[in-house]
Design a protein around this ligand. Structure first.
Ligand SMILES: [Zn+2]
Length: 267
């Protein structure tokens, strides 16, 4: 992986503040926590980021051992549990060291070689269960952004792959785990054509802390947060007022879920 891509995840703005603390993400975390089988006594969260999941677990369920691992030093500072800086392709744990390995919103970011090795490593360190969550059926083109300097286009969250039920079911087959179920969760309604509108509006805006290709640093980057959303909705101007009124009466469609979880059991 490029140094610039690494730098992306060392961005303080990306991990801190109220980022990922909105209702939607809180819902994601509590739902995922509810999937952990009752007999799990030890757990490792691979790619734990700022500890949003571990910190929730710490407050809500007792484990004999709970460890987070991530390659971002900045993110790990926010984790309130045992934590280890490490690369996902070489987890610093023994075979079957934990009852359960979780990996939330991580594997969609991984390029092919890292992806293959990461799945192998996650399976290696788990004795019984694996829980994976990723965005459900994401249209990667909808969320592309363009670097103003080198003009490269990439997914603004650096997502490289998209998952449906069949992809989730097959994830660990070659590593000795079978899928005991997939769950699409957090259904939501959105205006028909909303994604297209967002795309048109965001066209001029570079939505990334740094360009992973050329390293261009985005001084005005702000990670998505509930506060930002509020400012967006209440932005001044006649155009915005018309838009917000139109949104209320515009036809809506239901999306079956924002995320999908896969639960795996050792064969
Ligand atoms: Zn660039």
């Amino acid at each position: 992986m490029s140094d610039f891509e690494k730098q992306y995840y060392e961005s303080e703005k990306f991990w801190s503040g109220d980022v990922l603390q909105d209702e939607m993400n809180r819902n994601r975390i509590s739902f995922t926590a509810s999937l952990i089988p009752p007999d799990v006594k030890s757990l490792v969260d691979v790619g734990c980021g700022n500890g949003i999941f571990l910190n929730y677990l710490k407050a809500n369920r007792a484990f004999e051992r709970m460890v987070g691992t991530d390659r971002s030093e900045v993110a790990l500072r926010m984790v309130q549990a045992e934590k280890i800086l490490s690369d996902i392709t070489q987890l610093p744990f023994a075979n079957s060291e934990f009852d359960c390995a979780t990996c939330l919103e991580v594997i969609e970011h991984l390029p092919q070689e890292t992806y293959r090795q990461a799945l192998k490593e996650i399976a290696r360190v788990s004795a019984k269960y694996i829980i994976i969550t990723v965005p459900y059926n994401e249209d990667l083109l909808e969320t592309q952004t363009q670097c103003p300097r080198c003009k490269s286009k990439f997914n603004s969250d650096l997502h490289l792959r998209s998952f449906q039920e069949k992809d989730m079911q097959a994830l660990f087959l070659e590593h000795g785990f079978e899928c005991s179920g997939t769950k699409v969760f957090f259904p939501f309604k959105r205006n028909v054509g909303a994604k297209l509108l967002e795309k048109l509006e965001a066209k001029e805006k570079f939505q990334s802390p740094i360009c992973p290709i050329c390293g261009y640093e985005n001084e005005s980057y702000e990670a998505w947060s509930p506060k930002m959303m509020e400012a967006h909705v209440n932005a001044p101007g006649i155009y915005n007022r018309i838009k917000q009124s139109l949104k209320k009466v515009w036809p809506k469609e239901t999306v079956p879920g924002f995320w999908i979880a896969g639960i795996y059991t050792k064969k």
